[in-house]
Design a binder for this molecule. Structure first.
Ligand code: B12
Ligand code: SF4
Length: 537
């Protein structure tokens, strides 16, 4: 036993871990930072290095990675892949996908259709190039590292992998571990030489992902403040993210979301159990960044206040920010505005919240209920009034996704009424309507609904973006699909720089605005109606 333990210890100490954040827009790579910090706390003797391809020009990706591997000679390669899905309401990496697809599907003018087709092709090219490039970087890195250590292991994880873990096995090297969700517990077990297959992962070529793997609850770990002094010592490009003064650095204050919104995968990636990071630890983490000159923070939680029972935790954290004397900071987050109190509003303003996103999706209480979102829209309005009264005078992005389920002329008119009321509260220039069309994601209730309604076959590949699947994945079904398509195209033509507001104006001019009270009242569903999405579990 003793001998076995000492063998294990020497294996741990011999590990040399290289974290490679795969190419990504400049978003602070908080995932690998937290992983490296955790591993260091548990195994302080392990040598680690962070290499962020987000800071490298595209033409140098492969050579820079190989150079790093030659220098560091890792025995464990950790690849972090943040995003794959490129459906975005605004210009994404390959252009504006919403515009292109709507041009192809809904434009009458053949030249506009052609523009959409060419743009769409360009977008597909950039999507597949990026996929291919990342997979090739993983294989190439492995091959290079094998020069120095033939037993080197590869683990792949991160936001994108968590969602497309089933599809990715086909293109990753045999023996690679594919991880879903948080990676801390998995890395710990792997480094201890323990069996790790009960964690949310599987090994390419050796095991298949368990059924509903992503729905398994993550192993809870108590998060402590990230030690940035250590991170700086293993990451030569750390300063890259400190240079721009308007850059928002990620800090996580909790994990998990208890809700069930039909289109959302966060609640399964992070799990429904909300785990709060102790406020003192969050403050210690922020303080280190603050001392480095950081003034903008993004609380990267799925939701900063996931439910009423977490209001006290938010209050505690914000009060501690006030007490810490970090008075000149700004922060942003996804906020469920149904969970605010006047006290919390006051603290939000006092601590410098200068941007937040509310994902109500629709201004019709009836539809919000059907999408299982658990929002009371009347409460949201009242809380927004409290926030304004507390002195909030910055930007709010309100996410609307039309046509998710049961949308009708009346519900569109209700959404307009709701939006106009938000404008009355915050000021029209401060409320930015972000018009999304839901990008259908695997493991969501909406996906189940699509199977049930025969819109998609269970065998579809969510990563295969052929035009006919793309049309279904960018959720905008008929009978209203073409109507919204035309409205959006008109808005893009008339006012591309203020697309969201233009869509709202066009819709109001065409359909009018409902009385606010109608938007806030959800009629009880009649028994004879066919079962809707809200009944799928
Ligand atoms: C906060 C957030 C944002 C913020 C980021 C703010 C900031 N400054 O950091 C904002 C609003 C700006 C944003 C924007 C976008 N986002 Co976003 N965002 C998130 C969110 C909610 C949390 C991400 C996060 O930082 N979590 C905290 C850190 C600590 O976790 P993490 O990075 O995931 O790392 C952990 C694990 O993944 C794992 N892990 C990571 N790497 C590895 C590697 C290995 C080997 C292992 C074992 C484990 C592991 O361990 C880490 C520590 O626990 C996630 C959804 C979610 N709930 O995860 C989406 C998410 C990452 N975003 C996503 C997308 C698509 C985007 C956009 C591209 C959307 C768009 N179309 O415009 C943009 C642009 C991003 C860009 N690159 O340009 C997708 C990516 C997956 C996909 N669909 O392709 C996600 C998963 C949401 C989703 N389901 O669609 N986003
Ligand atoms: S949309 Fe927001 S509130 Fe709903 S499940 Fe997702 S993270 Fe939670």
């Amino acid at each position: 036993m003793k001998f076995k333990e000492s063998m294990m210890d020497s294996r741990i100490i011999d590990s040399r871990i290289l974290y490679v954040r795969l190419p990504c827009n400049p978003i602070f790579p908080i995932g690998v930072v937290y992983l490296a910090d955790h591993v260091h706390k548990v195994f302080p003797g392990i040598e680690q290095r962070i290499f962020d391809l987000g800071t490298v020009p595209p033409l140098d990706y492969a050579s820079a990675l190989e150079k790093c591997i030659d220098e560091f000679k890792p025995s464990l390669l950790i690849y972090s892949w943040r995003d794959i899905h490129i459906f975005a309401p605004v210009g994404g990496r390959g252009g504006n996908p919403l515009q292109y697809s709507f041009e192809i599907f809904y434009a009458k003018n053949p030249f506009v259709k052609l523009h959409g087709a060419l743009g769409g092709l360009q977008m597909l090219k950039s999507f597949y190039t990026e996929l291919w490039q990342n997979q090739s970087l993983i294989r190439r890195g492995l091959k290079r590292a094998q020069k120095y250590n033939k037993d080197v292991r590869v683990i792949v994880g991160g936001g994108a992998v968590s969602i497309y873990y089933e599809q990715l096995s086909k293109s990753l090297p045999k023996g690679a571990i594919i991880s879903v969700g948080e990676g801390e517990a998995l890395l710990e077990k792997l480094l201890r030489g323990q069996d790790f297959q009960d964690e949310r992962c599987y090994v390419v070529g050796e095991s298949q992902p368990r059924q509903r793997l992503i729905h398994e609850a993550p192993t809870p770990i108590e998060k402590t403040a990230c030690n940035y002094e250590y991170i700086e010592s293993i990451w030569s490009d750390f300063n890259y993210y400190l240079q721009e003064s308007d850059f928002y650095i990620g800090v996580q204050t909790k994990r998990g979301c208890p809700h069930n919104c039909c289109y959302c995968v966060y609640t399964v990636v992070e799990g429904k159990q909300v785990r709060i990071n102790p406020a003192d630890e969050v403050i210690t983490e922020m303080r280190q960044l603050y001392d480095q000159g950081i003034r903008n923070f993004w609380f990267t939680d799925a939701q900063f206040i996931p439910a009423k029972r977490f209001i006290d935790d938010a209050v505690e954290l914000l009060q501690k920010i006030v007490d810490s004397g970090m008075t000149d900071i700004h922060w942003a987050a996804y906020i469920r505005a149904d969970n605010l109190t006047p006290k919390l509003c006051e603290l939000m303003v006092k601590t410098g919240m200068n941007y937040f996103e509310i994902g109500i999706t629709s201004g019709s209480q009836e539809l919000v209920r059907k999408m299982r979102m658990g929002y009371n829209l009347r409460t949201v309005l009242q809380n927004c009034r409290d926030l304004k009264a507390a002195g909030f005078n910055d930007l709010v992005s309100v996410n609307y996704s039309f046509n998710v389920i049961d949308e009708r002329t009346e519900t569109i008119r209700q959404t307009i009424a709701y939006h106009r009321e938000l404008e009355r509260i915050f000021g029209a220039d401060k409320v930015e309507p972000a018009i999304f069309f839901i990008g259908l994601q695997p493991h969501t209730h909406l996906e189940e609904y699509a199977f049930k309604e025969d819109i998609l076959k269970p065998s579809y590949n969510p990563m295969l973006l052929l035009p006919w699947t793309a049309r279904k994945l960018l959720w905008n079904p008929e009978p209203l699909g073409s109507f919204f398509g035309k409205v959006c195209l008109q808005a893009m033509r008339q006012n591309p720089n203020d697309f969201g507001r233009e869509v709202m104006n066009i819709l109001e001019a065409m359909l009018g605005c409902a009385p606010l009270e109608e938007a806030l009242t959800a009629p009880i569903e009649q028994k004879s109606k066919p079962k809707q999405l809200a009944n799928i579990s």
